[in-house]
Design a binder for this molecule. Sequence first.
Ligand SMILES: Cc1cc2nc3c(=O)[nH]c(=O)nc-3n(C[C@H](O)[C@H](O)[C@H](O)COP(=O)(O)OP(=O)(O)OC[C@H]3O[C@@H](n4cnc5c(N)ncnc54)[C@H](O)[C@@H]3O)c2cc1C
Length: 420
Amino acid sequence: MSRLDIFTKNKATSIEEELTRGVVRDWANDIVIPMRRQYDEDWKDHKIIEPAFKALMVDLNFQMALFPEEFGGLGSGESDNLATQSCWMFEELARADSGMAVAYGVCTWPIVMIAVKPHINKRLCAEFAPMFLNEDRPVFSALTMTEPQGGSDIENLDLLHGRTIKTTATLDGDEWVINGHKLWPSNTGGLADLMGVVCTTKPGSDDEKDMAFIFVPADTPGVTQGKPYEKTGMATDKNSDVWFENVRVPSWYRAHGPGLDAQYFREVVTLGMLSASFATGVMMNVYEILYDFCSEKTLNNKPLKEHDAIAAELAEIVAGIEASRAAVYRVAEILDRPDLYGPRWSPEIGARARLMKMFVSDRSLKDCEKAMEILAAYGADRQWDIEKHWRDLKIIQLWEGGKQLCQMEGARYFFDCKTL
Ligand SMILES: Cc1cc2nc3c(=O)[nH]c(=O)nc-3n(C[C@H](O)[C@H](O)[C@H](O)COP(=O)(O)OP(=O)(O)OC[C@H]3O[C@@H](n4cnc5c(N)ncnc54)[C@H](O)[C@@H]3O)c2cc1C
């Protein structure tokens, strides 16, 4: 019986959920949690981080999760609960190390474009699945969208429709020629094997038919990954610049074609909001740490948790976890039931998912700060891991356009704004 079962186990819990959580929780307890304090120093080389990825992605076969079974995958992209099962997995990963949740999540992220129903591109699945299947090392994908002039604008499709994208794709015979400069994609810094590149076929155009999503194997001539950035946390997620200089790929490496690339890219962005489940996973570990600390530490001969002022703060923290998890799984359900709520790429679902991510990241960050206060000096002590989680939660708030784009897209939909 794990302390976490208080959140994750009841009579309604499916066997599928129990199995997924069980496998990832064992991996986390045995391999990641004992080592995670050393990961910060391994940000550049990933010498001790890499074996943990191998155990997850190769030994447990999770790098094949999304691909259809006919291509050797686990078929999650064809399941009816992709969003929900992703959140189970992300929570368990992030409880141990949220950088690993990012790295793993982004491995599957560009693959969503081609391996998730109702828009499976079988030709591209057949082309790329063997890259992941035939390896006994972790194989990483990257989704390259952010550019030096601003990442948020590229994701702000309903306002800008791809107008600010500077990375170009030009058709030359039966090949795309790609030129551009991307920043920050997870799993770069030399790690990525396959990239999904967000680009434009007509710079400055706000016709979404000109936005293209093209797959580029990272060893294609003209692709350069820079050195990994040194961040405040999440060392297990490597990020760097990526340059594309006259990179040539076959024309059919474009995911779906004019109009549909932009449509399914919206879905990819919205699914990215499920990264809120990284925050709930982190907070589940904060709960475990708090439970032990407040039960063992005494003040005036009584356990800390038996003091009114502390118990009140503990209640606030679990209220945050409970409400955040309810919000995450509500949006996951919406994403899993297009028959009830409409397509995952609609502006409505995008807005709801963004508001959920904004709420959950804000609240988790505040609650983690409260946990640090309760631990007092131990809160700043790396031994206790709370400060690691606090640093990581701040990062979760920043990606995909940060808090502000969540606010703008939420206000735009709910208040029918005309200029945002
Ligand atoms: C750990 C990590 C992982 C990442 N992974 C990836 C990845 O896998 N792929 C990838 O392409 N990128 C990735 N990014 C980049 C990230 O998505 C961008 O940093 C983010 O979208 C913001 O873009 P920007 O940094 O260019 O800031 P800008 O877009 O320049 O934004 C600057 C500020 O303006 C605010 N803002 C945005 N829109 C509006 C608006 N409409 N009105 C008012 N203010 C606004 C922003 O919130 C921000 O505060 C990652 C970043 C981090 C930290």
